[in-house]
Write a protein that binds this ligand. Structure first.
Ligand SMILES: O=C[C@H](O)[C@@H](O)CC(=O)C(=O)O
Ligand SMILES: [Zn+2]
Length: 281
C-alpha cells in the first residue's frame, strides 16, 4: 500500500499569468487519484480542502493523518464526503459497516475516529473519491445513495449543455459545516458548457472528471480569470482545483460526467457571479 499527500499552494490570479502548460498542470491538476491498493491525496491551501482517491484491493485502507494536521486523528477537526465511482465495497465507520455500491455517497461527520475502506472484489475494486474540509461541529453521518440525490435537470440541446446536477451534499437536504458535493451527468452530445460562465469568490471548488465515453476522450477544462482564461487537458479520473477567482467549465471529446465539491464562506449553491460573454477572453 502506498500513501501520498501532495501539497498545492494557493495562487493569486497574477501568479498564473506566465505559467507554462507544465506549471499550470503541476499546480492545479491531480493526475492520479486511483491506483490499486493506494491512497493518493492532495492538500490544497485553497480553503484547506483535502481530496483524492482510496482504492482498496485485498486489504482494507484507512486514511491516517495526525502529525500532518496537528491532531490525533484525521477527522478530529474535519468532515468527509465520499462517492464510490468503482466496484462494490464498504466503509466501516467507527465499527459500523456500510455497503457502498457504485455512485453511493457518504457523509462522515467530525469526530469519527476510524473510517475503513474495503473492496468486495480486488479484481474490480471500489474507488472511493474522498473530499474533506475543516469542520467545527459534529453533524450526523449519512448514507447518500444515488437515488436520494437531489436531481436538478439543467441546460438544453440547443446550447449543447443538457445535464442533470445530482446534489448529494446540499444545505437544503442536510447539515454540514462547509462541504457541498455532487455529481453532474451530461447527456450524450452535451458538455459542461455553463455559459455564461461564473465565478464565486466565496467558494473554491474541485472537480473529478469521470465516466468518459472512450479511453482516448479528453476534457478541455477551462479555468482562470474571466478575462484571461486558460485550459488544462484532462484524462479520465483526474481532478482539478478551482480557486474562487476562476471560471470553470469543460468541453469533452465524448460524453462524460464529473463530481464537484465546494467549500468556503457559504453553502448557497446559487451564489454565483455570472460573467458576461463579452468579458471572456
Ligand atoms: O457552482 C457550482 C458548480 O460550478 C457546479 O456544481 C456546477 C455544475 O455541476 C454544473 O453546472 O453542472
Ligand atoms: Zn461554480
Amino acid at each position: 500500500m502506498s500513501f501520498s499527500m501532495k501539497t498545492n499552494y494557493t495562487h493569486s490570479p497574477k501568479d498564473i499569468e506566465h505559467y507554462s502548460t507544465d506549471e499550470l498542470r503541476d499546480q492545479f491538476l491531480m493526475e492520479k487519484l486511483f491506483a490499486p491498493g493506494d491512497i493518493l491525496l492532495t492538500y490544497t491551501y485553497n480553503d484547506r480542502m483535502i481530496f483524492g482517491g482510496v482504492t482498496p484491493t485485498d486489504s482494507p485502507l484507512e486514511i491516517k493523518l495526525d502529525k500532518e494536521l496537528g491532531v490525533e486523528y484525521f477527522l478530529q477537526r474535519r468532515e468527509l464526503g465520499v462517492i464510490n465511482i468503482g466496484g462494490k465495497g464498504s466503509m466501516t465507520i467507527d465499527g459500523k459497516k456500510e455497503e457502498m455500491v457504485k455512485h453511493d455517497g457518504y457523509y462522515v461527520g467530525m469526530g469519527v475516529e476510524h473510517v475503513v475502506f474495503e473492496s468486495d472484489d480486488a479484481a474490480d475494486p471500489a474507488k472511493f473519491y474522498v473530499v474533506s474540509t475543516p469542520a467545527h461541529k459534529t453533524y450526523p453521518n449519512k448514507k447518500l445513495p444515488f437515488e436520494n440525490a437531489l436531481k436538478m435537470p439543467i441546460g438544453d440541446q440547443e446550447h449543447m449543455n443538457k445535464r442533470t446536477i445530482c446534489k448529494y451534499i446540499d444545505a437544503s437536504q442536510m447539515d454540514t459545516c462547509q462541504l457541498q458535493m455532487g455529481y453532474t451527468i451530461l447527456e450524450p452530445g452535451s458538455s459542461w458548457n455553463t455559459m455564461p460562465a461564473h465565478t464565486h469568490a466565496r467558494r473554491m471548488e474541485v472537480y473529478l472528471y469521470i465516466e468518459f465515453g472512450a479511453p482516448d476522450t479528453r476534457v478541455f477544462h477551462f479555468m482562470g480569470k474571466p478575462d484571461e482564461s486558460n485550459h488544462i487537458v484532462m484524462s479520465q479520473e483526474q481532478a482539478v482545483i478551482n480557486p474562487s477567482w476562476s471560471i470553470h467549465c469543460g468541453v469533452g471529446t465524448t460524453n462524460y460526467a464529473f463530481i464537484w465539491a465546494m467549500c468556503g464562506e457559504n453553502q448557497t449553491y446559487d451564489d454565483m457571479d455570472a460573467v458576461a460573454m463579452d468579458e471572456l477572453r
